[in-house]
Design a protein around this ligand. Structure first.
Ligand code: NDP
Length: 481
């Protein structure tokens, strides 16, 4: 039995209340570990540790800070196999995906922000002959980083790395469903020379320890990635205290496929966008709009690929589709499948839970699932399913495709598939999403602003946006003479 601890002030710490939660391996449905069910007492201890650490960490030489962050990146790389296996076991994702995407990207996050910390600069405005203004960007103090289960270490580090790079101390909470790699990261940070108390990792539920982090008056900013409902609840908690808040929330991402696309490549990439990580990536495409003239051919190509993709044991290197993250989440996705059928959708492929023989017999596996025949107002075209379920709709004109794509409460990411560059520009200008990918998906440059419009979030992370979020700007005006 793997029993995790919190990481507070550089020490492994049992929860003050002595309570633990089970950690279940989704591929087997079996409990294989326990994690602290932390509460406010642990948050208070972490705050005290962070307060002790902050004065020195904020003043540390920029080169030394960058060296430590870089050492963390190398530490992640050195434990790639162990981290990838832990992620696959905790989350149900294929170990090949964790090895090639999640864990390398976590290391890259630290490398990127190690460099950013030494490159960060601020503005000055010498506009008149009376005064010069410059902007001092200073660390905020203690910040909270709360991340979800779908890309556990990837998204955990996406927040922690810039927060540390900007000179803050961090209280970080991974999802209780996928806690393991956060604990390994804490060890790596310590070995890399991160001073005690600069990063504190607290395990437990959102309702208990997550809420306690958000409510603590000493936590001056919250960076949260997760569902829209949780984001709204956190916003209500922190608004009266005017804390800085960055929200990366849910999505219902459209893929718009024009007849002039590179057909084979588009089928390949769109399929990946639909079903990577069992459809549990906030950026996954879930509403596919296909130009009428290629609708049937494109549909058939997607259905053939989906029929050929069977879920398997996430720990086997050849597995391309793993388990859903938890039983409740699998049941939620199954509920949406039934809803789609009740609403008159035609099930083209999938739709069933799968039994994977051997050690995974009790696991939470679903087939890749495709529907057509649901109009844009259907529940499954409006609500986030966050699983391997997509819908297809035909369109005739560019204007119609745009209207359908924008007819959503969400606005995280969209993809456009076309050979017509002018059209790509027109679409990019009008799509109401924070990210527009043209002829690609999940191609990320970490310098770009990342985030969503509408109910997909508030604020942007990535590159300088993240460094700005994690600093407090102060205008200094010096009169000449
Ligand atoms: P949740 O919103 O349920 O949880 C996210 C995190 O917040 C978890 O660590 C959770 O803890 C914690 N939490 C829950 N309630 C509170 C609270 N009241 N106060 C503080 N923290 C709380 O999301 P999921 O983990 O289910 O992740 C899936 C969602 O994340 C999807 O909607 C997806 O679209 C979104 N997402 C968005 C991304 C983006 O960049 N826009 C990227 C990835 C995912 P606990 O685990 O205990 O509930």
């Amino acid at each position: 039995m793997d029993i995790l601890t919190n990481f507070i002030g550089g020490q492994q710490a049992a929860p003050a209340n002595g309570q633990y939660l089970d950690n279940i391996e989704p591929a087997t449905g079996q409990v294989y570990g326990q994690i602290p069910d932390s509460d406010k007492q642990d948050v208070d201890a972490a705050i005290a540790a962070a307060q002790r650490a902050f004065p020195a960490w904020r003043k540390i030489d920029a080169e030394r800070r960058a060296d430590i962050l870089m050492a963390i990146a190398y530490g992640i790389e050195a434990r790639l196999d162990e981290l990838a296996e832990a992620e696959a076991r905790d989350n149900g994702k294929p170990v090949s995906l964790a090895r090639t995407v999640d864990i390398p990207r976590a290391a890259t996050n630290f490398k990127f922000f190690a460099q950013a910390s030494s490159q960060f600069s601020s503005e000055s405005h010498g506009s008149t002959d009376t005064a010069i203004n410059y902007t001092l960007r200073q660390p905020i103090g203690i910040v909270g980083c709360i991340s979800p289960w779908n890309l556990p270490l990837y998204l955990f580090t996406w927040k922690i790395a810039p927060a540390l790079a900007a000179g803050n101390c961090v209280l970080a909470k991974p999802s209780e469903v996928t806690p393991k790699t956060a604990s390994i990261l804490a060890e790596i940070c310590q070995q890399a020379g991160l001073p005690d108390g600069v990063l504190n990792v607290l395990h437990g539920t959102g309702a208990r320890v997550g809420a306690a982090i958000c409510q603590h008056p000493q936590v001056k900013a919250i960076s949260f990635t997760g569902g829209t409902v949780t984001g709204a609840s956190i916003a209500r908690t922190v608004a009266p205290e005017f804390k800085k808040l960055s929200l990366e929330l849910g999505g219902k991402n459209p893929a718009i496929i024009f007849a002039d696309c590179d057909f084979d490549n588009t089928v390949e990439q769109v399929f990946r966008a639909c079903f990577a990580n069992q459809g549990q990536i906030c950026l996954c495409a879930s509403r596919l709009y296909i130009e009428h003239s290629i609708y049937d051919r494109f549909k058939q190509a997607l259905v053939d690929k989906a029929a050929a993709l069977s879920p398997g044991d996430p720990l086997l290197p050849e597995t391309q589709m793993g388990a859903m993250v938890s039983e409740p989440h699998m049941n939620k996705v199954k509920h949406y499948i039934r809803q789609a059928i009740d609403d008159g959708g035609q099930l083209l492929v999938g739709g069933e839970q799968v039994t994977v023989t051997g050690r995974c017999e009790q696991g939470y596996f679903l087939q890749p699932t495709i529907f057509e025949g649901l109009d844009n107002t259907a529940v499954c075209n409006q609500q986030e399913i966050f699983g391997p379920v997509v819908t297809l709709q035909p369109f005739d004109t560019e204007a119609q495709a745009l209207a359908l794509a924008n007819d959503s409460d969400y606005g995280l990411a969209s993809t456009v598939w076309t050979a017509d560059l002018a059209r790509a520009h027109r679409m990019a200008e009008q799509l109401e999403t924070g990210i527009v990918w043209v002829n690609c998906w999940l191609l990320r440059d970490l310098r770009t602003p990342f985030g969503g419009m509408k109910q997909s979030g508030a604020g942007r992370e990535g590159g300088l946006e993240a460094m700005r979020f994690f600093t407090e700007p102060r205008n200094v005006c010096i009169k000449y003479g």
